[in-house]
Design a protein around this ligand. Structure first.
Ligand code: AMP
Length: 621
């Protein structure tokens, strides 16, 4: 339901559509808009409250849902009914998260490791998509309450490394929350937009290379972007999915444990003491961002820490983010000096040592003037405004992390869209049938860098049926891949002679973790040599089999026109080729292919000539 309003100067009816920008975060989420009067992005908040909605969901005994700050206290009181970090589960299978299963204090179903994870609360099961939809619904309600207008459209941000499955899952969560998700935008891109970077679409604008350093409560991401004429291109991403402000709290807790001789056992037994110390540690950390020392009493304990002590404790953690940043630069084939701007995102970048060390590493003063908790949501609102037609159209490009292709004869991977292609993108290629009268074609879509599809990851299978009967090689099947701006792949197949077609949108069964993507890339490098050899062998085999088939067909039709010797030699050559195909020697197969070709060429030409002259007989020229 959209609101209708009247333009007072023209008297005409106007449809007003509010498109909000949403940062759906691991720890915190928020919603923002472009202020209709000031035209500036603002994060929405009720009077005297924070714009931040903790991404926490509590289900009471009747499965009523409480989201946000109010749900926080249940993390301790009812850990098994309180969900946090649902974003970490988006588009994942149990296998993907198995190693970190201890991190979650709620029950994750582990009986089927391959399909998407589900969370169990009492006897009800929830998918990560449903869980995220509860957070989105809360944000939508909040926005509607503050704006006093229905909110049905949104732009939602996701990490730059999110794959198809995770983007699709986020989109589905939006749909479930009653939101039409107009665009999924990368978080670093949104953060850059909030700093006004990339808003100049002027052709003369100089290219910029941006490092977006995002250190939140539980995760760290670094992204390198290149922005030319308003086109944003993600050059590389890196990070640590288990490093953030929580770890800074933890070093303070450990420090106080040492200072006050508090044992692990004591804290283990007294959960509420641990919780109180944890809250004090976070308070101390925040306080030290603008003060020199912190001191308080808790029960009989004296909890104190100076800024210097804190800095020393977190130094190794900051170093880890620098290692990730180095790797991101390496992947983008750049050095620190190529970076024109460094943008700070996430609450933990408020820590002075973080800002200083990162500025030192990149050799420049970092951009930290926009509230680091809100910067991503503000950028999403700017993107929403662009989509609403209120701003110059900007193209926001991403890259594909792995190659996409289909399986061809012999189980080979035929790449249609190479890795690191910019999206949106499309590609198509023509294929044909191998058997006479073949009425169906099975198109299997794979993702990965290896030459054999078996070593890659299967995304989906598309069956093109009802191809009219034609001789092998006649049908022209055009397979096309289209990746839209959200990074979602649609595969279509069309037989061009008959117009028969089929199409699917690919929602992979489960997502790939960063580590898997990395492993798949490393494997492809390690096996590159083997793969080339194997590909050559497979191709030779396929060619040999094809030649055997056509020779057999030829003989069925024309054996009468061949001499006994020719027939015998051909049979021998075919047998030799057949045998070579069963062996692992590509050169031998090629040799036998050539031998059979050499043998059949003379009589094939002779028979062809005869056929032509027969056809010409009696015809007047
Ligand atoms: P985010 O996930 O981006 O919302 O980041 C939240 C994290 O930032 C939490 O770990 C907070 O404790 C931390 N944080 C917020 N404000 C400060 C501050 N002033 N100094 C240090 N850390 C902070």
């Amino acid at each position: 339901m959209a609101r209708i309003s009247i333009n007072l100067s023209t008297g005409s009816l106007q449809k007003e559509e509010m498109i909000v920008g949403i940062d759906l975060g691991t720890t915190n989420s928020l919603v923002s808009i472009i202020h209709p009067d000031t035209k500036q992005p603002i994060a929405l908040k009720e009077h005297n409250s924070s714009s931040i909605v903790p991404s926490i969901i509590y289900f009471d005994e009747n499965n009523n849902v409480i989201v946000g700050e109010e749900a926080r206290k249940f993390l301790e009181l009812k850990p098994e009914r309180t969900i946090f970090s649902a974003k970490r589960l988006m588009g994942k299978s149990y296998r993907d998260i198995k190693e970190n299963a201890d991190f979650f204090s709620y029950k994750i179903i582990d009986d089927d490791t391959e399909s998407l994870v589900k969370v169990q609360i009492g006897n009800v099961f929830y998918s990560p998509i449903e869980l995220s939809s509860f957070i989105l619904k809360e944000l939508k309600n909040r926005a509607e309450h503050i704006l006093k207008t229905p909110v049905n459209k949104a732009v939602i941000t996701v990490p730059a490394y999110f794959n198809d499955a995770q983007r699709q899952a986020t989109r589905d969560a939006g749909k479930l929350a009653g939101l039409d998700v107009l665009r999924i935008v990368n978080e670093p891109t949104a953060a850059s937009l909030a700093y006004g970077i990339g808003l100049n679409t002027n052709a003369e604008s100089t290219p910029q290379t941006i490092a977006v350093y995002d250190l939140g409560g539980g995760t760290f991401d670094i992204s390198i972007l290149r922005i030319i004429n308003g086109i944003v291109d993600v050059l590389s991403t890196n990070g640590d999915t288990y490093l953030g402000g929580d770890d800074f709290d933890k070093v303070i807790i450990d420090f106080w444990k040492r200072e006050n001789n508090i044992s692990d056992d004591t804290l283990h037994q007294d959960k509420s003491l641990y919780q109180s110390i944890r809250l004090k540690a976070e308070e101390a950390k925040k306080y030290l961002s603008s003060n020199e020392s912190f001191e308080t009493n808790l029960n009989s304990f004296q909890l104190r820490i100076s800024k210097n002590e804190f800095d020393q404790l977190i130094e190794p953690l900051i170093e880890r983010t620098i290692t990730c940043s180095k790797n991101a630069l390496k992947d983008a084939k750049l050095t620190q000096n190529d970076i024109t701007t460094v943008v700070m995102v996430g609450g933990s970048t408020r820590i002075p040592l973080v800002k200083n060390r990162i500025g030192e590493f990149f050799n420049q003063i970092v951009n930290d003037s926009v509230n680091p908790d809100e910067v991503v949501a503000l950028g999403a609102a700017i993107q929403a405004d662009i989509l609403a037609g209120n701003n110059k159209e900007l193209l926001l490009l991403d890259i594909t992390p792995l190659s996409l292709g289909i399986e061809t004869a012999g189980g080979l991977m035929d790449v249609l869209i190479p890795r690191n292609s910019k999206v949106p993108t499309k590609a198509s290629r023509q294929y044909t049938t191998q058997v006479d009268g073949q009425s169906g074609m099975r198109i299997s879509v794979f993702q990965g860098e290896r030459d054999l599809v078996n070593d890659n990851r299967k995304l989906a299978t598309l069956n093109l049926t009802n191809i009219p009967g034609m001789p092998a090689g006649m049908p022209k099947v055009e397979v096309s891949f289209l990746i839209n701006a959200d990074g979602i792949l649609t595969v279509a197949a069309k037989e061009l002679r008959s117009g028969v077609e089929q199409q699917i949108e690919i929602k992979p069964q489960y997502g790939l973790t960063d580590e898997t993507v990395e492993k798949m890339l490393m494997d492809s490098i390690h096996h590159a040599k083997d793969d080339i050899a194997l590909r050559a062998l497979t191709e030779a085999r396929t060619e040999g089999e094809q030649l055997l088939k056509t020779t057999e067909k030829f003989l069925q039709k024309n054996s009468g026109a061949l001499s006994k010797v020719e027939l015998l030699d051909t049979a021998n050559a075919m047998q030799a080729l057949q045998l070579s195909i069963t062996m692992d020697d590509k050169n031998l197969i090629q040799q036998k292919i050539e031998a059979l070709n050499d043998l059949s060429r003379p009589y094939a030409e002779r028979i062809m000539d005869e056929a032509i002259s027969n056809a010409m007989k009696g015809k007047q020229i």
